[in-house]
Design a protein around this ligand. Structure first.
Ligand code: GUN
Length: 291
């Protein structure tokens, strides 16, 4: 079997096109423009690229995009004051503080200060808890994108065995909850899991989010499984340049799976698309326009 390659770029473009339509409807029907504020502290090159792309794509779907770029020495108190100001700004519906933050800032404290209704990352304990008890919540973007991609090849995931590798708060745990919501039987595997290859071989859906290059081997994959690779690892090449690989040994796995996400071009493009979706959702919640 040769797997279908799940085209994350194309699916993300479709999500953004849908958002652009919804933003236009919100403007004409309700007379306001949803707004997203992104806060970047310091000059981490990868973060600068993310933030630039977020700003560009936010504007492209017709939303207001605000960026606050602060020097690396910004104090925690000043950052908290900015978050507070954005919490109280009616033209801002979503707030994202780019991670990682400098060491002298308590990231948890900053994230927990964001108004849960504006927490488009879905990292606030209020949203985490609401997701787990099945109430309306803002859900983290990469997990949402992963589920959309799995459903792009199989709309109904009900009853499927899902194995997630990696138990982070940002990916593994929310993905587990989202797959449970799709009526999958969920195993959340991690570094201490016994016989990990044997566990993964049971899976109809594999979500790899461990951050180790090409960790999941082709012979761990059950024939016909759907493989969602959340990893983005930069590894050096012989010529001194580098290339991006996922957490799955792609070439091997693609011979066994029925569908697989590539790296790059799989889950990656979905994150910003889902962030824009969350911003629209947050705007509608704040205005009392959704239940
Ligand atoms: N840094 C890398 N990815 C993310 C993300 O999804 N959200 C935030 N806030 N920071 C990030």
């Amino acid at each position: 079997m040769t797997a279908k390659i799940i085209d994350g770029k194309a699916v993300a473009a479709q999500v953004r096109a849908d958002i652009a339509v919804r933003v236009a409807e919100i403007k004409s029907k309700y007379g306001f423009q949803p707004g997203l504020a992104v806060v970047l502290v310091g000059e981490d090159p990868a973060s600068q690229v993310y933030v630039r792309n977020k700003g560009k794509q936010t504007a492209e779907v017709g939303m207001k995009s605000i960026e606050h770029k602060l020097p690396v020495e910004t104090s925690e108190a000043d950052l908290l004051a900015l978050v507070d100001k954005l919490n109280n700004d009616d033209t801002i519906n979503g707030i994202l503080v780019q991670l990682p933050l400098p060491d002298h800032v308590n990231a948890e404290k900053v994230l927990n200060t964001i108004d849960p209704m504006k927490d488009v990352d879905g990292f606030h304990p209020m949203n985490v808890g609401r997701l787990w008890i099945g109430e309306r919540a803002l859900v983290p973007c990469t997990p949402t994108g992963s589920i959309i991609l799995a459903k792009s090849v199989q709309e109904n995931l009900s009853g499927m065995e899902a194995v997630i590798i990696g138990r982070s708060n940002i990916v593994g745990k929310p993905v587990a909850q989202l797959l449970l919501r799709e009526n999958c039987t969920v195993t959340l595997a991690h570094s201490r899991t016994k016989d990990l290859p044997g566990v993964v071989r049971r899976a109809d859906i594999v979500v790899a989010a461990v951050g180790i290059p090409e960790f999941v081997k082709g012979d761990w994959i059950k024939p016909g499984a759907i493989v969602i690779d959340v990893g983005i690892n930069r590894i050096p090449k012989d010529d001194g340049k580098s290339r991006l690989v996922g957490d799955v040994a792609y070439e091997e796995a693609a011979k066994v799976a029925s569908a697989i996400t590539p790296v790059p071009g799989g889950v990656g493009p979905m994150t910003i698309a889902c962030l824009l979706r969350n911003t629209v959702e947050a705007a509608l919640m704040q205005k009392g326009l959704v239940a």
